[in-house]
Design a protein around this ligand. Structure first.
Ligand SMILES: [Zn+2]
Ligand SMILES: [Zn+2]
Length: 285
């Protein structure tokens, strides 16, 4: 049986498609992506069903079952080619042409974060054209979509990790947070962060910047819009990073990573006010 989180995400995307027409196109694309990911997850689950749980002390990215993943990559690329907007569909075609050695390199590069470092260096290199930067970003996005269900499977099927403190990146895989979550606790709310790769959720401090560590209250603010009152933009006026938080005390129906994708006007507000997102989402926003 597949974990129910995939159906919840797909259902929430459909609900929000009618509630937030401005995000309809992106949400329809996301629902198709999540369906592809759900099927990948089922394949991984079937293949690894008899494997023992990973021990708590082992970093998640020490695992990488390339023999399991590689045969699924080309079928994945053809599915994406059929459902994605043109730039991503083109990236899928280019990636397919690279062949197994190139696929393995792309998968391992993302997993071991070599491409992350490379793209950071690319950004500082003026010689690189905008086109090739965009192509690199699309190829990274493809590999991220492909590896996310595998990482999520590993995060769920391991011995529970006892986390020391409130780290700014995922205690299991080191990934950046994609969204914050507020849940009710006593009379107030407690905050946690969700990992962009393995979807693990960990406790975080209410007033603390996950990008630069700022903790002075006047530097940390949030913005929300009356028509989307359950999602807010947490901004840091020291490093100008922002991240959206989904307030589940206001609506328990929200599915944080989907509501994050749907609330595009909040991203527009943040960018207009000079903030930069801590982690771009699967729609490239
Ligand atoms: Zn993670
Ligand atoms: Zn900051």
């Amino acid at each position: 049986m597949t974990s129910p989180q995939w159906d919840r995400r797909i259902r929430r995307a459909a609900e929000l498609t009618s509630a937030y027409p401005f995000a309809a196109e992106g949400l329809r694309f996301y629902a198709r992506v999540a369906t592809v990911q759900k099927n990948l997850y089922a394949e991984i689950q079937k293949a690894l069903a008899d494997s023992p749980k990973t021990s708590a002390g082992r970093p998640l990215r020490d695992e990488l079952d390339i023999f399991l993943l590689l045969p699924n990559f080309l079928p994945f690329l053809s599915l994406i080619e059929n459902i994605a907007p043109v730039p991503l569909a083109n990236a899928a075609v280019r990636m397919a042409e690279k062949g197994p050695a190139g696929w393995q390199q792309a998968i391992e590069g993302f997993w071991h974060r070599e491409t992350e470092l490379a793209s950071m260096m690319d950004n500082t290199e003026e010689a690189r054209s905008g086109d090739s930067l965009e192509a690199t970003a699309s190829e990274r996005l493809l590999v991220w979509i492909f590896l996310q269900p595998y990482a999520e499977y590993l995060a769920i099927n391991r011995e529970p990790t006892i986390v020391d403190g409130t780290p700014s990146t995922c205690p299991l895989c080191g990934g950046k947070p994609i969204a914050g979550v507020l849940r009710s606790e006593g009379d107030g709310a407690k905050k946690s962060l969700i990992c962009m790769l393995c979807a693990h959720e960990w406790n975080f401090r209410r007033i603390y910047c996950p990008a630069c560590g700022e903790e002075r209250e006047p530097q940390m603010a949030f913005y929300s819009a009356p028509e989307i009152s359950h999602v807010r933009v947490d901004v840091c006026d020291t490093c100008h990073a922002y991240l959206k938080s989904i307030d589940l005390t206001k609506t328990g129906l929200a599915v944080p990573i989907v509501d994050e994708l749907a609330t595009i006007p909040l991203d527009l507000w943040a960018v207009e006010h000079g903030y930069k997102k801590l982690q771009v989402n699967m729609l490239g926003i």
